[in-house]
Design a protein around this ligand. Structure first.
Ligand SMILES: *[C@@H]1O[C@H](CO)[C@@H](O)[C@H](O)[C@H]1NC(C)=O
Ligand SMILES: *[C@@H]1O[C@H](CO)[C@@H](O)[C@H](O)[C@H]1NC(C)=O
Ligand SMILES: *[C@@H]1O[C@H](CO)[C@@H](O)[C@H](O)[C@H]1NC(C)=O
Length: 362
């Protein structure tokens, strides 16, 4: 009798938890779909694959000078040959200025005064000048001189005219099995070369390392990692500190996309607010420092999670459906202007570029 009763009791509590579980599952699903929906909007901008269409005109993108002085070959029909983007003529000869639809200027050289804008040339009707940068706002001071010149922005921000993220997730063609990385030797790892006490991330690190062990690599520790050792090293950690060195709207770099996601460690992030991450990364694929009342709580959570195989594996579920695409080549970023060309604002001038650059996340 007593035994039966306990069974009943167990059954009813099982039912209850089943109910709670299904509810949570549905909630998760709807959140995921919400995320997918937003994501799908980005996917509209798909380069066409297959045969190169031949009817429409070519769009000419002129790169006025190469970012950081490092030039790459533009021989052949680069955008088609490398990225299957048709009708996109990417050039770097300044003599082609009169026929360029878009002229692109990388920010760094302009604000440092090492490159000048072509004020001496007559600006063709309809030509757009593009301001391009991948850096955090803190490196984009001195922008006053650039007011009222640019028609479009090319940067990692979602609200830029052309968004060039450090990475993104693309749907997997064939649903794979998520493999939960095994063979972990360290709880938390961090690779840092430029350590500054006043960085928010350094304070989080210090506090976290008082709660849980944090294995640190990189130039700061005088143990620099050769780049080929980076991913294998990170793959031996349960968690990786994808801490951005400065805070900026949508400023999410390879520290998330490459180091953590490709390394198979769960990213612990700090940088822009959590909503900026949610907009581009699946829920339950990262842990944001702001989710916790204190860094101590974060540390405790990480410790518990590492000890719970099942819950830890939940953080890799997204890998069934998505794969990480990294962007590292300026040519690819520039070719991406073409498929969006028809959707660029017809008449737009950035009258206060500095204010736009320094806008904070909502
Ligand atoms: C577009 O550019 C490609 C590659 O440079 C060239 O072969 C083709 O003739 C151009 N098409 C038009 C319509 O100008
Ligand atoms: C686990 O890691 C150790 C140390 O890096 C390595 O020697 C070993 O081959 C790894 N085992 C598996 C199954 O990956
Ligand atoms: C681009 O900006 C300039 C101002 O610098 C403006 O005269 C021109 O009309 C703008 N063009 C477009 C297509 O928005």
């Amino acid at each position: 009798m007593g035994c039966l009763n306990t069974k009943k009791l167990k059954l009813s509590s099982m039912k209850k938890s089943l109910f709670v579980f299904s509810f949570l599952f549905l909630l998760r699903l709807s959140l995921l779909y919400g995320w997918t929906g937003r994501f799908q909007a980005l996917m509209d901008i798909n380069p066409s694959f297959g045969n190169k269409p031949s009817n429409s005109r070519n769009i000419t993108i002129l790169l006025w000078y190469w970012p950081f002085g490092r030039s790459l070959s533009l021989r052949g029909d680069v955008c088609w040959d490398l990225y299957h983007i048709p009708h996109c003529r990417l050039v770097d000869q300044c003599s082609l200025f009169p026929s360029a639809d878009v002229v692109v200027f990388h920010n760094r050289e302009l604000v440092q005064g090492r490159k000048k804008l072509p004020f001496d040339l007559p600006r063709p009707q309809g030509q757009r000048w593009a301001w391009m940068s991948l850096e955090a706002p803190v490196y984009s001071s001195n922008l006053r001189q650039l007011d009222n010149l640019f028609n479009i922005t090319i940067t990692y921000r979602r609200d830029a005219d052309v968004t060039i993220p450090y990475g993104e997730l693309l749907p997997k063609e064939d649903e794979g099995v998520e493999d939960v990385p095994q063979n972990k030797s360290f709880l938390v790892c961090w690779v840092v070369s430029n350590y500054k006490n006043q960085h928010k991330r350094s304070m989080v690190y210090k506090e976290l390392s008082e709660t849980v062990p944090v294995k640190v690599y990189g130039r700061w520790t005088k143990k620099p990692l050769p780049s080929r050792a980076l991913i294998p090293t990170i793959s031996r950690c349960y968690f990786y500190l994808s801490f951005e060195n400065s805070v900026g709207k949508d400023y999410i770099t390879e520290k998330l996309w490459r180091n953590a996601y490709k390394g198979g460690a769960v990213p612990v992030v700090t940088g822009p607010p959590i909503d900026d991450y949610k907009a581009v990364a699946p829920p339950n694929s990262f842990i944001h420092v702001d989710e916790f009342a204190s860094v101590k709580d974060l540390g405790k959570y990480l410790q518990q999670l590492a000890g719970d195989k099942e819950r830890y594996s939940e953080y890799f579920k997204w890998k069934k459906e998505w794969r990480v695409k990294l962007y590292t080549d300026w040519r690819e970023r520039l070719c991406k202007v073409c498929p969006q060309y028809d959707r660029l604002p017809q008449h737009k001038v950035y009258s206060d570029l500095e204010a736009w650059v320094n806008a904070t996340s909502n």
